[in-house]
Structures are given as C-alpha cells and as structure tokens.
Design a protein around this ligand. Sequence first.
Ligand SMILES: Cc1ncc(COP(=O)(O)O)c(C=O)c1O
Length: 382
Amino acid sequence: MSGINVPLLDLRAQYASIRDEIRTAVDEVLESQYFILGPKVEELERAVAAYTGARFAVGVSSGTDALLASLMALDVGPGDEAVTTPFTFFSTAGAVSRLGARPVFVDIDPASFNMNPARLEKALTPKTKAVIPVHLFGQCADMDPILEVCRRRGVPVVEDAAQSIGADYKGRRAGAMGALGIFSFFPSKNLGAFGDGGMVVTSDAGLAERVRMLRTHGEHQRYFHREVGGNFRLDALQAAVLLVKLGHLDDWSAGRLRNARYYSGKLEESGLTAEGLITTPTMLYEKGGGRNHHIFNQYTLRVRKRDGLKAFLQERGVMTAVYYPVPLHLQECYKDLGYKKGDFPESEKAAGEVLSLPVYPELMDGQRDFVVAAITEFYKAR
Ligand SMILES: Cc1ncc(COP(=O)(O)O)c(C=O)c1O
C-alpha cells in the first residue's frame, strides 16, 4: 500500500469549493476599506447569534480572547478560582491565570473526554467565580447536571465551545446554555477564518454590553474608558470569510459525521475494538432532533501503542495528531498550582492514549479506506 497521502486537514480542498463566494465577499470588504469591526462583523454577529440560539454575539480576535473577555465580564480576578478540566487546549486555563485567578481542575468522564459532572461540586469553593466546561472534539459536555450544580451554587458557566460550533445538546446548541459561550475561528476549526478570530455569545444583555466594551479597551464612548479592557476586535475580512463559510457549516459537519461513522463501523468490523486495541469515540446525544450532536472537529480514538501507530501511519502518508499529550495540571507553568501525577487519572490516561485521525469532509472514500487498512496492518503485524 502506497501512494495515497492523507493530510490531517485539507483546507485547500475546502477553499477550492468556495473560491468564488469567498473572493466576492473579500472584494466587497476591499472596496469598502472598512477593516475592523463595522457592518460585516455585525452581520456575522447576528448570523452566529441566530445559529446558536443565543440573543447576542460579540466578534473578537480569537477564542482565547473570547475566554479572556468573558471571564473579565464576570469580574474574575486575583484571589478567584475558575473550574475546568485539565484535558483541554491550554488557553481554557491560561485565560484564568492571565487574570490573576487560579484554575481548579476536575477530571474528565472517560467516555466523552469532557468534564465529569459528578466531580464538579467538590471542586467548588466560596472563591469559585466561574465554571468552564469544555465541549472537546465537537461534542458537548453533559450540561444538565453541570448547569444544575452551578445554578444551585450561584456560579456562572462559561462554555468553551471553541471546538464545537453547531453541536447540539438535547435541543440546545453549544455556547448558548451557559451565561456565556465562546467559539474559536482558528483555521482548523469547523468554522475557520483565514487567520485568528473568535466570538462570545450570551443571552444576557448586560454581559453582551460588557464584552463589547472590553473588546475596545473598555470604551463606552469613543475615548471614554469605563474600565481597562483590551484590543479584542474582529477584522471585517475575517467576518466576510466566516459569513460565507457559515452557510456551509452544517453540510461540512455532516460530512465529518459521515466519515466518523464510517471509521467507527470499519474499525469495529476489523475486530480491533473487540480485541481492546482501539476504542472508537462515544457519541452520547444521538437521540432525536435531526441536528448534528457531534460535529467531529476531531475524530479521536483511544489506541494501544499510540506512538508506534502514529509513526507507522506517518510513514504510510497518513497524518494524525495527539490532542493533548500533557494534561494541564502537569504542565511546567502550572507547577505552582500544587497538583501532582495521579491527581486526575482519567485525564492522564487519555493523554497517553488519544490519537486523532483525518476526518475533514473532503476526505475521499479511498483515503478513508487507506487509513483503516493502515491501522489494521499495524496491529496485525504485531
Ligand atoms: C478548547 C479550546 N479552547 C480555546 C481555544 C482557543 O482558541 P484560539 O486558538 O482561537 O485562541 C481553542 C483553540 O485552539 C480550543 O481548542
């Protein structure tokens, strides 16, 4: 078997399918010479609010800045704590630290890789100012019990939906369930810009206004600063690109879901799952609705001999990725938090086992089959 390359993501294929629409949209911005915030960003904000079911959306410079601005709007600061999981991209916790607050971790549910709601309450203290469930890989955390604990304890929820725009949880969309939700438009996301971008959504008019102010240095009126914010603005060119792509998002996510189902079916047929060599992703919320419950920003297996398999696939031309090899409580920069190995066993176990396969919607049948055959070959040879 040789001659088939399977990249982790093929953004050139995506671009080729929408080139004319994108060029028209970008030209419009170029002709307007209106580059920062403005009508295109407002149009995108209205579209994302409508898409998610939140009342308001505020375009910002990245998913990280969306987290930062959301936590600032909740007055998170020195002496405060915010609870999240250690099995996520760094910025979920990094945003907390940058405000002088302390990230507090709770372990994940091994089936979903998301916050284990049963462990949340014990992590809450009088200092907890926010809980940040992460909808990792494209599937929502189990929000009902999380929202219930937080409501009872009076703690606002910020959903880190950076990887999960459009994912459905029991009839509600990722981002629109907590006090605030954030999205990332990093190019590799299901809805990816041509650079950095992000969005905060909320149905609370006061919080929306606060985030809007924070994104332009806390201005409530030109050159009148009510508080110290930042430059968290979204560019009009990115908004124009994102508006075009938003129109295709559900189709693309459905394509990812098709590929995910195909992989899971074939890997189960291969016997590798029965032998315990591979565990396919669990889809938790598939009942009813007709919406995408898992948008598969990543198709993430648990595998035995992970590093050997990864190297073998790379030799065969199949690119894969490990999201994430080191849980946050064991990161060098978080030594001072006082956590140690063994504190979050499920996150640590996941970090040693996960491997994400190419699942982008333009993937061809031959490529998918090649990936499955290469995985099978690796285990059969051992
Ligand atoms: C779970 C999660 N949170 C936050 C972010 C931060 O988003 P950005 O890269 O747009 O700053 C990302 C993106 O990589 C992410 O995956």
